[in-house]
Ligand binder design. Structure first.
Ligand SMILES: [Zn+2]
Length: 449
């Protein structure tokens, strides 16, 4: 796997490519040249017959290949590789033990190295922008700054820092700051923003993977008032807020508080649909959904033995996963923005698996392949607020590009093995990742190849 390091961008052109635009209708451009300037931006795109490549630019012949926007993943964690869980580690005692190990200088250095390795896997898999939604500390703030300054080549990162939860709530204490009142909630939001977070994440309800009692997943945890305080603080800083929410009541409270993206979600009724489409307390007047089917479907389709989950976790996963699938389908039909987020680092969600979320939106939530690819590029860029700089191939935007064997609209699986990844103008030659072949075989069997 490559972890390139560079400060200089050598301008280049990809010539004679078929461009897969990522538009909702699957539009392509034949025999096209894309020119990338020394600032890492797309400076020209047009027919190869009439697009002049400036002298001194490298010229790459992409005849027979497809050039597409880089993938955008709006829901990643980078504290692990995404192998199945040790259920003992997800008890409160296990979490507290791990928290003690990690929340100190040596732990922080370890977490930076772990996160960097996982971010490089995301890059090598073709992902050029990520939003994290729950980190152990501020390791991704550090890394995002190194990438932005050009010292490290990597995807654009919107780091969240630790998520924001109630005492002993979902993710606490390992990856969450805890608060009991709106005032305390505001303070935790400010702590993350002061440390350089560019996204915030709330645990609005319990989750499956750390649940200890039946019914815990999806049970509302944080009050609307606490979440409102966090949203006000974030929005005043032009930062959007994500909320982990896995039940009707949890989603309703989070939307009312002004949360900008709902993670996982639930089956929708008219009240929720209307609030998604028109949410006066959100930053932009609407809220989006990231169903994270990649994290849910293994729990529905794989055996308890394969999952290595407790009886309680299995019991809690059933209704939550059904809600995620139904909600994704309903949101798509209702015209709610549906983003691609994988929940990487969760069991069976490897860091290289962003393409699979598009496969799952296509197979389980009513998306055409073109709509799924649109979701994984342009839509998610909009959902996380970076669509003015990335998500599509347009003059002036960042050169976040993939070179592929085929058009993703014809076969989404071509995204599994990009031939070249370009992140803000930096090429990653011969991108490669370490695949967990045993896990991939289980997932292929569950989802169909
Ligand atoms: Zn998550």
């Amino acid at each position: 796997m490559h972890s390139p390091r560079s400060t200089i961008i050598e301008p280049f052109a990809l010539e004679h490519a078929t461009v897969a635009t990522g538009d909702e209708d699957g539009r392509t451009l034949a025999d096209t040249t894309v020119v990338v300037d020394g600032l890492g931006r797309i400076s020209k795109i047009g027919p190869s017959s009439s697009t002049i490549v400036p002298p001194g630019y490298h010229r790459l012949d992409a005849t027979g290949k497809v050039v597409s926007p880089g993938m955008v993943n709006g829901h990643v964690h980078t504290f692990s590789k995404g192998r199945p869980l040790d259920p003992k580690g997800s008890t409160p005692e296990g979490q507290r033990k791990l928290a003690k190990l990690l929340h100190n200088p040596a732990g922080r250095a370890f977490m930076y190295a772990t996160s960097k390795s996982n971010i490089m896997t995301l890059l090598n898999s073709g992902v050029t922008t990520v939003r994290s939604v729950g980190d152990v500390g501020y390791e991704l703030v550090t890394l995002s700054r190194q990438i932005e300054s050009g010292r490290v080549v990597g995807p654009r990162i919107l780091p969240s820092g630790p998520l924001l939860a109630i005492p002993d709530g979902h993710g606490a204490p390992l990856i969450a700051l805890e608060s009991s009142t709106p005032e305390e909630a505001r303070a935790t939001a400010e702590t993350n923003i002061d440390h350089g977070a560019r996204a915030l994440k709330i645990a609005a309800t319990g989750g499956v993977t750390d649940s200890q009692v039946p019914g815990e997943a999806g049970a509302p945890q944080m009050t609307t008032e606490q979440m409102r305080a966090i949203c006000e603080t974030a929005h005043a800083n032009d930062i959007i807020v994500a909320a982990h929410a896995q039940s009707h009541e949890g989603v309703l409270r989070a939307l009312k508080a002004g949360v900008d993206t709902i993670e996982h979600g639930c089956a929708l009724d008219d009240e929720l649909t209307e609030l998604f489409l028109n949410n006066p307390n959100s930053l932009r007047g609407y809220s989006a959904l990231e169903p994270t089917l990649s994290a849910g479907l293994p729990m529905k389709l794989l055996s308890q033995q394969a999952l290595n989950m407790t009886d309680v976790q299995m019991q809690n996963s059933g209704p939550v996963v059904e809600g995620m699938i139904t909600g994704a389908r309903q949101a798509h039909e209702a015209g709610i923005l549906v983003g691609v987020g994988t929940d990487s680092a969760m069991p069976f969600v490897p860091q290289y698996g962003t393409w699979r979320e598009m496969q799952l939106l296509n197979r389980f939530a009513g998306f055409s392949p073109a709509q799924a690819f649109h979701a994984g590029t342009q839509v998610t860029a909009k959902v996380i607020g970076v669509d003015s700089i990335t998500g599509s191939i347009e003059v002036g935007k960042s050169a976040d590009l993939l070179v592929l064997d085929e058009n993703p609209v014809d076969d989404l699986r071509t995204l599994e093995r990009p031939l070249l990844v370009v992140a803000a103008g930096h090429p990653v030659w011969r991108p490669s990742v370490d695949r967990f072949e045993d896990m991939e075989a289980q997932l292929d069997e569950a989802y169909g190849r």
